[in-house]
Design a protein around this ligand. Structure first.
Ligand SMILES: [Zn+2]
Length: 308
């Protein structure tokens, strides 16, 4: 083989030789040639340098990419952390509001002297219900204007016999109370009365978040409920949507100072059997400590036809 041809072959082998990809026999052949050929040695040194530089930049690029990737992960982690912190703070805020409103409401829902007014409109019928409560006495005045313009007034005078206690499984709010009562009914054409009836009523002022017994229920309620400050009828309120207690979904306005519901939107929900139940919208107004014995003076019974 001529020297020139040998050089050509050796130089062709350099890239593999530098990467250690050639076998021992070839290595020996190349090394021997390098010792004797200055030209090839020079080419070899240069090529080795170039390849090294090339590898280094490749390595650098790889590191750069990994760094960038890691930074992106870092940013993602921080975003997730921020979302989590906001979620925890917001849930904590709602738990605080719910507990605060519950405490405030308790003062009023346990009141023995209150005047409560409920306005409802359902299927075109407008009803105003006034409840006067003084210790064990109650008067409920219910005035209905039907969609065809007919007016009916029902006045109930009652004396409480007992409060039906909650059971472990059934909690009611307002509590159910059993009454002995006289009922006076006035329409445009007749006045009738029914005396000494047994009846249950459930009309006491209502706290928005009643029935939350433990921290678990409180947390679930806080997570599933949105609570925002607003005003309603000039009163400072919370606008509340979601599952406000363990039994129902509602949208309502809750007075900030009393924790009492002052307005509930009409809503529909499915009961356990899949029937759609409809709750009409209602507004509530309260006065405390204004009811007197005079509110319980019954009308002249001789003006009424007594019905058995
Ligand atoms: Zn050579």
């Amino acid at each position: 083989m001529k020297e020139k041809e040998k050089c050509k072959i050796v130089q062709d082998l350099f890239p593999n030789f530098i990467e250690n990809l050639t076998n021992d026999e070839t290595n020996k052949f190349i090394e021997e040639h390098l010792e004797s050929c200055k030209d090839c040695k020079k080419v070899y040194e240069n090529m080795k340098k170039d390849l090294n530089v090339d590898n280094k930049t490749k390595e650098k690029k790889k590191v750069k990419f990994l760094k960038k990737y890691r930074n992106k992960l870092r940013v993602l982690e921080i975003i997730i952390l921020i979302i989590f912190i906001v979620f925890v703070i917001n849930t904590g805020r709602k738990i605080y509001i719910i507990k605060d409103l519950n405490n405030k409401a308790e003062e009023y829902t346990s009141s023995t002297n209150y005047h409560r007014v409920i306005y409802t409109i359902d299927k075109g019928n407008y009803t105003k219900t006034e409840i006067f409560s003084l210790d064990d006495k109650k008067k409920i005045v219910s005035t209905t204007m039907s969609s065809d313009g007919k007016k009916k007034v029902v006045i109930m005078y009652g004396r409480k016999i007992e409060t039906v206690p909650d059971t472990q499984y059934v909690k009611t709010n307002p509590p159910i109370e059993n009454y002995k009562q006289n009922i006076y009914i006035e329409t445009e054409t007749e006045k009738t009365a029914r005396l000494n009836l047994d009846a249950s009523v459930s009309v006491a002022p209502q706290g928005a978040f009643w029935g939350l017994d433990n921290i678990g229920q409180l947390i679930v309620c806080a997570i599933t409920t949105s609570i925002n400050k607003t005003t309603f009828d000039g009163e400072e309120c919370y606008y509340v949507t979601g599952s406000t207690n363990i039994l129902s979904n509602s949208t309502m306005y809750v007075n900030k100072d009393t924790g009492l519901v002052i307005s509930v939107m009409a809503s529909e929900f499915k009961d356990a059997d899949g029937n759609i139940l409809r709750i009409p919208g209602a507004e509530y107004r309260f006065e405390f400590g204004t009811v007197t014995e005079d509110d319980f003076i019954e009308p002249d019974i001789s003006e009424y036809e007594i019905v058995e």
